[in-house]
Design a protein around this ligand. Structure first.
Ligand code: NDP
Length: 254
């Protein structure tokens, strides 16, 4: 058996229209999966679909705001109706508001938690019946180095990403009997639109990350292709509830 062959598998990637999500989608597309990308920006979505089709994959884009519970359910239901199944769910959509803890409004706190964590909970709940019915599934949740560490500007984001890990572990325990594996990937510092904002807002961040990362550089979205294929395929059937950094050694450095 080729554990890295995803032919016949259907995968949803929220926020798959750019950055790390698209890097994961490209990996799974190259391995033969059919991809359903979802996000708010249709232009980025169309470009991402073209990228995946150029790899020979079937791909589509759905406009979705992950904070809209009904829309998340509709995305899952429509995917199952169109493709007959859902094998892989990647909860990747994420955002950040960088402030000192005392400066957040409750609306800002809720916005980050709703986008990063509650959306993943909603999508997992929505995906569960279809995965269970088809005999199993793979859920890949995206955490962060802020699942492990803190920073003065990361209160809401760190809470959401720490919560992602614990939510995933609990779901892994609950759904192992249904052959659904739930794992969390922790990206290190990766060059994307999100971190271009961080580098603008946080003085000296770019250089500090280069110095702190054993690999000596920022990561690239395409470096998430491999972990996505592994966690989406049969090679990870006994891997669940784990937390896997993809970080150039950032979390290993004391
Ligand atoms: P990007 O900004 O490139 O990607 C974020 C994606 O999330 C976008 O495609 C965006 O789509 C989507 N998104 C944001 N809000 C919503 C929403 N409300 N509804 C639907 N889609 C939404 O950044 P990254 O690739 O860096 O981020 C991807 C994930 O990786 C996030 O969860 C982030 O927290 C995490 N991460 C990133 C790190 C890094 O260094 N880059 C480090 C650690 C974790 P659209 O524009 O269409 O709204």
């Amino acid at each position: 058996m080729n554990h890295f062959n995803l032919e016949g598998r259907v995968a949803i990637v929220t926020g798959g229209n750019g950055g790390i999500g698209l890097g994961m989608a490209e990996g799974m597309a190259s391995a033969g999966a059919t991809l359903v990308l979802a996000g708010r920006n249709a232009e980025k979505g169309a470009a991402a679909v073209s990228t995946l089709e150029a790899l020979g994959a079937k791909a589509s884009f759905t406009i979705l705001d992950v904070t809209d519970e009904a829309a998340c359910h509709a995305l899952i239901d429509d995917t199952v109706a169109k493709h007959g199944r859902l094998n892989v769910l990647v909860n990747n959509a994420g955002t950040n508001i960088r402030k000192e803890p005392e400066d957040y409004t409750l609306d800002e706190w809720r916005f980050v938690l709703d986008t990063n964590l509650t959306s993943a909970f909603v999508c997992c709940q929505a995906a569960f019946p279809a995965m269970k019915k088809s005999g199993g599934g793979k859920i890949i949740n995206i955490g962060s180095m802020f699942s492990l560490f803190g920073a003065s500007f990361s209160t809401a984001y760190a809470a959401s990403k720490g919560g992602m890990v614990q939510m995933s572990k609990a779901m892994a325990c609950a759904w192992a009997k249904d052959n659904i594996q739930v794992n969390t990937v922790l990206p290190g510092w990766i060059d994307t639109e999100l971190t271009q904002g961080a580098r603008r807002d946080v003085e000296g961040l770019h250089e500090r990350i280069e110095a702190r990362t054993p690999a000596g550089r920022w990561g690239r979205p395409d470096e998430f292709a491999g972990i996505a294929v592994f966690l989406a395929g049969t090679g990870s059937d006994f891997v669940t509830g784990t937390v896997i950094p993809v970080d150039g050694g950032f979390a290993a450095q004391g």
